[in-house]
Ligand binder design. Structure first.
Ligand SMILES: [Zn+2]
Length: 278
């Protein structure tokens, strides 16, 4: 049997540089993550149509809207496609989708996907999906970058779809304030997936285990910048600006730098530091 093949699609910076993946097996396609807006979701759909095999499953890696908004566009016309996620991912989606829609709909209008499709197949962490004889493993890592972060392992090809466990050349979203858990997950994945041939980021490119090491270094360095920029447990607005400058200089060229101020507030809170208002 031919090896499964992973196709990666990356949206534009204005669409958050988010990656979606199509795992192509002998006669089928399984999608991992479905994009934020309708335009990139349609582009992923066009790739599915060009491959010309039926979409037999969708896996949602975690409950952030840039990874689940486009599900309807991908699945339309394929019948009852299993939309798979862990209970924690499904709960996370239900907890945030409406609020996020309300916030972004005025800005994106008709490009904001009309309907949120929730998972219809709840899977346990470690669930093995068998498609045309190829295994696809949904590995739940628990709370980290999101309330539950799942990675998808394709043993037949050595592909590790790490999703938002890894940001490559893109500022990481540390807003959920679990930086230590995130680092622990990175080290755990590095230890357990020594056979992985290629790691795919959720935002950015692909690479070796170096991507995991780089992500650990990013989080640790970010934490240090915030820590070092505080005085007596507080950060005033001038200090905050200086921290932001340091981070942007240190990670020069990283995409999505509008997240940095939001991330600094979150990291300060995680570290027990008080950010003083203007
Ligand atoms: Zn993301």
């Amino acid at each position: 049997m031919a090896r499964p093949k992973v196709h990666m699609f990356t949206s534009t910076p204005g669409e958050m540089d988010t990656n979606s993946f199509l795992i192509e097996t002998e006669r089928s396609i399984v999608a991992v993550d479905t994009q934020f807006l309708a335009t990139p979701a349609r582009q992923v759909r066009a790739i599915i149509d060009a491959i010309g095999k039926p979409l037999v499953g969708v896996i949602i890696s975690h409950s952030h809207p840039d990874h689940f908004n486009g599900t309807q566009i991908l699945t339309e016309g394929f019948g009852d496609v299993p939309i798979m996620a862990t209970q924690a991912v499904a709960d996370g989606m239900r907890g945030c989708a409406d609020r996020i829609r309300e916030k972004w709909l005025p800005m994106y209008g008709s490009d904001y996907p009309a309907e949120t499709i929730y998972p219809n197949r709840i899977v346990e962490g470690g669930h093995v999906l068998s498609v045309d004889g190829a295994d696809i493993v949904i590995d739940s890592l628990g709370p980290g970058e999101a309330p539950d972060l799942c990675v998808v392992w394709v043993p037949g090809s050595g592909d590790m779809i790490a999703g938002d466990l890894i940001y490559d050349g893109v500022h990481a979203w540390v807003v959920e304030q679990r930086s230590q858990e995130w680092i622990d997950q990175l080290e755990d994945v590095k230890r357990r997936y020594v056979d992985a041939r290629c790691f795919y980021s959720g935002h950015g490119g692909t690479g070796s285990t170096r991507l995991l090491d780089d992500q650990v270094a990013y989080i640790e360095r970010f934490r240090d910048f915030v820590h070092e920029g505080a005085r007596d447990g507080t950060i005033d607005q001038k200090q905050k600006s200086a921290i932001i400058v340091c981070i942007k200089q240190h990670f020069a060229g990283f995409k999505q730098d509008w997240w940095v101020p939001i991330n600094v507030d979150a990291m300060a809170n995680e570290l027990g530091l008080l950010v003083l208002p203007e």
